[in-house]
Design a protein around this ligand. Structure first.
Ligand code: SF4
Length: 365
């Protein structure tokens, strides 16, 4: 039925037939104006690949510092170090926060921070060892590829050396942040002081090769053009073909308030929900044969739109986001209990499933 309806789009026909979409196909889909058909195709591909479960993890967010040597135009989180609300957590602070995370039922701790210009490599090793010695079962998902690259430069260690030391200290997997958009034409306009797209990709590939799996992200809804989205998805797919190291792609909707992009008037409104759904669907279709999971980040989309995005190719809600700070800096952000997320899924007639970081199912509801 759907095959007959999509005769006006070669790319959608290919997607439904299970073929890999090219860069040109991706560009065709970005200009395809029948959002309903795009969503229906993505939903079908999702169902064929992963069925009707919608997963989420009980995750506690820990931002160890907001002091950052970079000053990205799309970020409201960073401080330069002398502001009254600049902070860096000590190992003792971190230990007490992890105890809270455990009490809340978190199975993973998601640790990211600014590019602190003075922290030695031992700070991170101590952080991981402190967590693992008190709570060996707590999964540590920590440091974006951009942070690892920065720490390598700062401490004059190779990326491989940094990753090897962190893994030995207890790092299990890495979050997908810092990817933003890889294409230099757009990246140079939204980040300042962060690694290039290629450096991010090289760093994450080295992590995968060392047995450290990771998530991937894509920041959309600011000043990008269609080609930047398609370029990003194709580059992620190429790494995934070589490593199989990405666990999920989380398309991240840009949150406007308190960012330089807002203050300079370069972006005056957040993207419409129709665009957010289109990006979710195209992410599913472009990565269809290489990646099982397309995550819907409800913290950024809001719960109602997140439910709709789950019918546009999404199959995962990321997690509970206990103690989230990054989106909170833009005036958004909250957290949910596992039961609240399960109810969100039940409301749309799908099957809620709590997972671990590697997407193993822990509990059905
Ligand atoms: S996005 Fe990350 S690297 Fe860029 S300013 Fe914010 S905290 Fe620093």
């Amino acid at each position: 039925m759907l095959e007959k309806l999509v005769k006006d789009s070669k790319a959608l026909e290919k997607a439904i037939a299970g073929e890999e979409l090219s860069y040109d196909d991706g560009m065709e889909l970005m200009s395809y104006d029948n959002l309903y058909m795009l969503g229906a195709a993505a939903d079908l591909v999702r169902q064929n690949r992963v069925g009707n479960k919608v997963t989420f993890v009980a995750s506690y967010y820990l931002n160890y510092t907001n002091v950052c040597a970079a000053s990205c135009q799309m970020c409201a989180f960073y401080r330069k170090g002398n502001e009254s609300d600049a902070y860096t957590l000590s190992a003792k602070d971190i230990a007490s926060r992890i105890a809270i995370a455990k009490e809340m039922g978190a199975t993973e701790v998601h640790i990211v921070g600014g590019f602190h210009p003075e922290l030695p490599i031992e700070y991170y090793e101590e952080m991981f060892r402190t967590i693992k010695s008190a709570h060996p079962e707590m999964h540590i998902k920590a440091l974006t590829a951009a942070e690892v690259f920065f720490i390598g430069r700062l401490t004059k260690n190779s990326v491989k050396e940094v990753l090897t030391r962190f893994k030995a200290a207890g790092l299990d997997t890495m979050p997908g942040g810092g990817a933003e958009l890889f294409h230099p034409d757009i990246r140079n306009q939204i980040v300042r002081g962060k690694c290039s797209g290629q450096e991010w990709l090289d760093t994450i590939e080295q992590a995968h090769n060392l047995g450290i799996k990771s998530n991937a992200t894509m920041l959309f809804g600011h000043i990008e053009k269609p080609e930047h989205i398609v370029d990003h998805l194709v580059k992620l797919r190429e790494v995934q073909k070589r490593t199989k190291g990405f666990l999920t792609l989380i398309p991240l909707k840009f949150s406007l308030d308190n960012t330089e992009l807002e203050k300079k008037g370069l972006v005056t409104a957040e993207s419409p929900s129709t665009y957010d759904l289109k990006i979710t669907a195209i992410s599913r279709l472009m990565l269809a044969n290489q990646l099982d999971n397309i995550s819907v980040y409800w913290v950024a989309l809001g719960k109602k739109l997140a439910q709709v995005a789950l019918t546009y190719g999404g199959n995962d809600l990321v997690g509970t986001a206990f103690s989230e700070e990054i989106y909170k800096a833009t005036g958004k952000g909250t957290h949910s209990s596992v039961l609240e997320l399960a109810n969100m899924v039940k409301e749309i007639g799908r099957e809620p499933a709590q997972r671990d970081t590697y997407f193993n199912i822990l509990k059905m509801f």
